[in-house]
Design a protein around this ligand. Structure first.
Ligand code: NAD
Ligand code: WQD
Length: 347
């Protein structure tokens, strides 16, 4: 299938692009590189031995998006492009609503005009809000608690309305839990700019010596060890979920919602310990106050994805940490060192 991958230079997008190419699909990546580096795609090329067709385009530039579709032949779109930092979304809500919601609207208009009506969308478990009813099932009420989460909820609503209005659309809303890890080669991985917001990249940067210690946000939650529990999922399992969803929606118009998680929760302390084992040395941490807005426990009921897609996550926490560490230890500064050394990025 010829697939357009928006946000394909980013963390989850680059791993999914790799899996698509390995699965024999033809891929065009659209990304404005606002939170990524084209080096990720060069490494995908290295790993697959195939070239990645890249268009440096901003989804907010409607005519540039139209021009990509004018190339013709696209059979589906996997839409990762968006901003994703919760704290930044609270500080800059207009930037988030514009980039994520307006960007998606531009994409949908271009798809409509080109007659491309298959879409796999990166939603998030964040749409469930602070619901403490675990495991989370797809029919749980949505109640995002911050502007970032609300962009995901709003886009889900837009896509549901679109599917309702025009039965030719096939749309998969994939609600990811906590993506972590890296491709087992250690060549591609997560490369956050600035201070990481998420636990795993922070722990990894402490383990590699870029930061002093992890601050554990709260040790008085009603959980076995008092720290927050999340459903961490290996990014390669997540990538496989996208291929499964894509395969499913072909020939099945409608709007589908699937949780992509393992169904298993791990505490912050379990993660820090597992990462220390993978790195071969303990990761220093200290307890700090709770982070506002955090739920005590969140994990998926992934049974719908298993029943419908035949998909489930296979990699455990130890593998997630080992692969994340391989990437981090071989690329302590992420892609930056390479792109600086190489000078201008080919675009
Ligand atoms: P990422 O930042 O690594 O990737 C997003 C990519 O989109 C980046 O390469 C960025 O440059 C690009 N982009 C952003 N705005 C764009 C625009 N206007 N035009 C073109 N390109 C644009 O993030 P990720 O972790 O790979 O996340 C991918 C998607 O999955 C996002 O939509 C995110 O909200 C969603 N998601 C991520 C997580 C997570 O924890 N990583 C969890 C749930 C959902
Ligand atoms: C995990 C656990 C923290 C950092 C976020 C977004 C969500 C989704 C995934 C995109 C929690 C604790 C964290 C640290 C810590 N992203 N923690 N010290 O909050 O479950 O979800 O990322 O859609 O929308 O909200 O993930 O990795 O930030 O936190 O103790 O330095 O680690 O309190 O219990 P979260 P996270």
């Amino acid at each position: 299938m010829k697939v357009l991958v928006t946000g394909g230079a980013g963390y989850i997008g680059s791993h999914t692009t790799l899996s698509l190419l390995e699965g024999g699909h033809e891929v065009v990546v659209l990304d404005n590189l606002m939170n990524s580096s084209a080096e990720s795609l060069r490494r995908v090329e290295q790993l697959t031995g195939r070239s990645v067709d890249f268009r440096k385009v901003d989804l907010l530039d409607a005519s540039a998006v139209d021009a990509v579709f004018a190339e013709g032949g696209f059979e589906a779109v996997i839409h990762f492009a968006g901003l994703k930092a919760v704290g930044e979304s609270v500080a800059k809500p207009l930037m988030y609503y514009t980039n994520n919601v307006a960007g998606t609207l531009n994409l949908l208009h271009s798809m409509e005009a080109a007659g491309v009506r298959r879409l796999v969308f990166s939603s998030s478990a964040t749409v469930y809000g602070a619901s403490e009813e675990v495991p989370l099932v797809e029919k749980a009420p949505l109640d995002a608690t911050n502007p970032y989460g609300r962009t995901k909820e709003q886009i889900e609503d837009i896509l549901a309305d679109l599917g309702e209005a025009d039965s030719r659309w096939s749309i998969a809303l994939l609600r990811y839990f906590n993506p972590v890890g890296a491709h087992e080669s250690g060549l591609i991985g997560e490369d956050p700019s600035g201070t990481p917001n998420n636990l795993l990249p922070f722990v990894a940067q402490v383990a590699v010596g870029r930061r002093d210690m992890v601050r554990v946000f709260g040790n008085d939650y009603p959980t076995p060890d008092g720290t927050g529990v999340r459903d961490y999922i290996h990014v390669m399992d997540l990538a496989a979920g996208h291929l499964a969803a894509l395969g499913y929606i072909v020939g099945r118009p409608g709007v589908y919602r699937w949780n992509l998680g393992t169904g298993r929760g791990s505490s912050v302390l379990e993660v820090i310990e597992a990462f220390g084992k993978a790195a071969g040395h303990p990761v220093p941490y200290e307890f700090a106050p709770r982070r506002p807005g955090d739920a005590a426990v969140s994990y998926a009921d992934p049974s719908a994805a298993l029943a419908d897609l035949g998909w489930s996550a296979h990699r455990n926490l130890a593998q997630m940490c080992e692969d994340h560490w391989r990437w981090q230890s071989r690329n302590p500064q992420g892609y930056a060192a390479v792109t600086e050394a190489a000078g201008a990025v080919a675009e």
